[in-house]
Design a protein around this ligand. Structure first.
Ligand SMILES: CC(C)(COP(=O)(O)OP(=O)(O)OC[C@H]1O[C@@H](n2cnc3c(N)ncnc32)[C@H](O)[C@@H]1OP(=O)(O)O)[C@@H](O)C(=O)NCCC(=O)NCCS
Length: 236
């Protein structure tokens, strides 16, 4: 029986308005625990990468991106440049999951503090404001972490690694909210985000340049760990 390491937040969120949560859990850290999982599944370990380590390992991370997204080789140079640029953004953090037997990295996630002047942030702010109003745009985006990428190699998916990477990345952040965009369709990623507490802020949005439709999603921090059952109301 193999053992998979995963991050279980000791915290639990019970309401949905970002303003209600503002700053409430800043600086608190998720606890690491081991849990038994699918027989035959390989164990993986999570590690945090600094900016330099991220840049040093960029080619390996890009290869994981390419296999997870089945990306066209022609798209990789611009993706590489984007990842390099992201690494310079404020409060950049990256986490990897590695196979404990071989040490190979099997998945990664990264994010940073969203702020004006970042292309994605400015576009999303304008769209959330148009869709839901300026107050909502401010509530979600004024002090947020943007999750820019989360990818797991196809052969290592469906073992809880993506969930653990997102929990690790968002634990102990000072921001009260987390935002991201994902293709606007039913997908593993979309279901995973919903299970962790994300809701749709905008749907059917094409980024400038003519992308397929995206959903912008947001959640208050800390995220919900789907492995932790929701607390049932007390009888006392
Ligand atoms: C999205 C992605 C990062 C999720 O990573 P992951 O490691 O597969 O995620 P998890 O294992 O935590 O959850 C995925 C599924 O496995 C299931 N799962 C998790 N642990 C499991 C276990 N021990 N046994 C059986 N199923 C399990 C989850 O319930 C979920 O099921 P669902 O798809 O039916 O909703 C990964 O699928 C991926 O890289 N996809 C391609 C790239 C991509 O879309 N990235 C996101 C762009 S926005």
């Amino acid at each position: 029986m193999s053992i998979r390491l995963s991050l279980r937040s000791t915290l639990h969120r019970g309401y949905d308005s970002p303003s209600e949560r503002s700053g409430k859990y800043a600086g608190r850290v998720a606890a690491v625990s081991a849990r038994r999982t699918t027989p035959g599944a390989r164990a993986s370990a999570l590690s945090e990468l600094g900016r330099e380590e991220f840049l040093g390992g960029l080619e390996g991370l890009l290869a994981i991106y390419a296999s997870a997204m089945d990306a066209d080789a022609a798209s990789l140079p611009s993706r590489r440049e984007l990842m390099r640029r992201h690494a310079g953004y404020p409060s950049f953090r990256a986490w990897t999951a590695s196979d404990q037997l071989t040490g190979e990295i099997v998945g990664f996630a990264y994010g940073f503090h969203g702020q004006s002047g970042q292309w994605w942030y400015d576009v999303v702010w304008a769209e959330v404001a148009r869709y839901a109003g300026v107050r909502d745009a401010a509530a979600w985006l004024a002090d947020c972490i943007e999750i820019a990428e989360v990818h797991v190699r196809p052969q290592d998916q469906r073992l809880g690694i993506g969930t653990s990477l997102i929990l690790a990345l968002t634990a102990a952040r000072a921001e009260p909210t987390v935002v991201l965009s994902t293709p606007d369709r039913d997908s593993t990623a979309r279901r995973l985000y919903r299970r962790m507490g994300f809701s749709d802020l905008v749907t059917g949005f094409s980024f400038p340049g003519g992308s397929p439709p995206y959903a912008v999603m947001g959640a208050g921090l800390p995220l919900r760990d789907p492995a932790v059952p929701l607390a049932s109301p007390s009888n006392w």
